[in-house]
Design a binder for this molecule. Structure first.
Ligand code: SF4
Length: 350
């Protein structure tokens, strides 16, 4: 009787490690499929949505890296949108806390493995794998964290980590021979050299620089804004659109319920104007300045302050008096204001 091919489903971020993990399994004849969870916190996804000229000029910078990795290994990769659930269950309510920024890495891994395990069950896959390397990341990849993640995702002892497998207890698929343990890796620690050698051997040529920097949640600036949003909006009222705005522009907190967002370039100006229904959006009248969007309902004095910020972030910042156009759903005003000086800018930069 011929044995059915072993089927493996893995978490694919598009980074080198998960690509190599998939590659090691494919190399030994396993039928491999990648799952990429779209959480709403990926920097490349955001750059793609923003469509800056320099990125559009080099589309490789905007590629979904997991799909690119799948293409280079010739394995299918599916993108699964989990943004809403991920925000509520993981980002805003992590049971294991945050890393150095607002990165709930342990809860994130638990969430993704649970989802992957549901998908694997539906599709009859034998093995679930990840690209984790023991000791590579301080919070989520030491042995104790790997154990917690497995236990809480209902996969105790059965997650295959091909890159570090020979340092870990054998999973059921290794014990019964569906996976050849001798052909898996024995990597540990933070050095990237063995991965780069392995990539050369497997024939993986095109992979992103090993920065681990694609996740907004691990970014200190983003974390400061997210903490501010949680404090002033309340977890239960935060929507995905609020999160989207945290990735754009400079943010000034004026009062508990009033915030300004100042675009830093044309792409951000375009983005802030879209979906601004019900909010004031302003810019110097001749258009030679940043778009400023107001989150909240300013009074007359605050509207003048907003206009002075728009004047400050314009080509006219050194002038005495600048004309600023303010618009809000069918309403339009012109205000003549003095550009805000740095020390008198309303609110605190967050
Ligand atoms: S860095 Fe971001 S994507 Fe990676 S495990 Fe942590 S929270 Fe999840």
């Amino acid at each position: 009787m011929t044995r059915r091919k072993t089927r493996a489903i893995g978490l694919m971020s598009g980074g080198l490690d998960s690509t190599l993990a998939a590659g090691l399994l494919k190399e030994q004849g396993v039928d491999v499929e990648g799952i990429h969870f779209s959480t709403g916190f990926c920097k490349v996804d955001h750059r793609r949505a923003l469509g800056r000229g320099e990125d559009r000029a080099d589309p490789r910078r905007l590629r979904n890296r997991a799909l690119a990795a799948g293409a280079s290994l010739e394995i299918p990769v599916e993108i699964v949108d989990v943004a809403e659930e991920y925000l509520r269950e993981v980002v805003l309510r992590p049971r294991h806390g945050y890393g150095s920024a607002m990165n709930p890495c342990i809860d994130c891994r638990i969430f993704m493995l649970k989802k992957a395990s549901e998908i694997a069950r539906e599709r009859g896959a034998d093995v679930i794998f990840t690209g984790e390397v023991i000791g590579q990341r301080p919070m989520s990849q030491h042995k104790a964290a790997l154990r917690i993640v497995e236990e809480e995702s209902g996969l105790a002892g059965s997650v295959l980590r091909p890159l570090s497998a020979r340092h870990l207890a054998p999973t059921p698929a290794e014990r019964d021979g569906r996976i050849d343990r001798d052909r898996l890796g024995d990597l540990t620690g933070r050095s990237r050299t063995p991965q780069i050698e392995m990539a050369r051997r497997i024939g993986v040529e095109d992979y992103p620089a090993p920065s681990g920097g694609c996740c907004y949640l691990a970014d200190q600036n983003f974390a400061r804004r997210l903490r501010d949003l949680v404090k002033h909006t309340g977890k239960e009222h935060i929507r995905l659109d609020d999160i989207l705005l945290l990735k754009i522009g400079r943010h000034f907190r004026m009062t508990a319920d009033l915030k300004l967002i100042v675009a830093r370039d044309e792409a951000e100006s375009r983005f802030l104007q879209q979906g601004a229904a019900g909010r004031w959006v302003c810019q110097v009248a001749d258009g030679r300045g940043a778009v400023v969007r107001v989150e909240g309902d300013p009074d007359e004095e605050q509207i003048a302050q907003v206009a002075s910020v728009a004047a400050r972030y314009s080509r006219h910042r050194a002038e005495e008096r600048v004309e600023v156009r303010l618009k809000r759903e069918g309403e339009e005003r012109l205000a003549g204001v003095r550009p805000a000086a740095e020390e008198s800018a309303p609110g605190r930069l967050i």
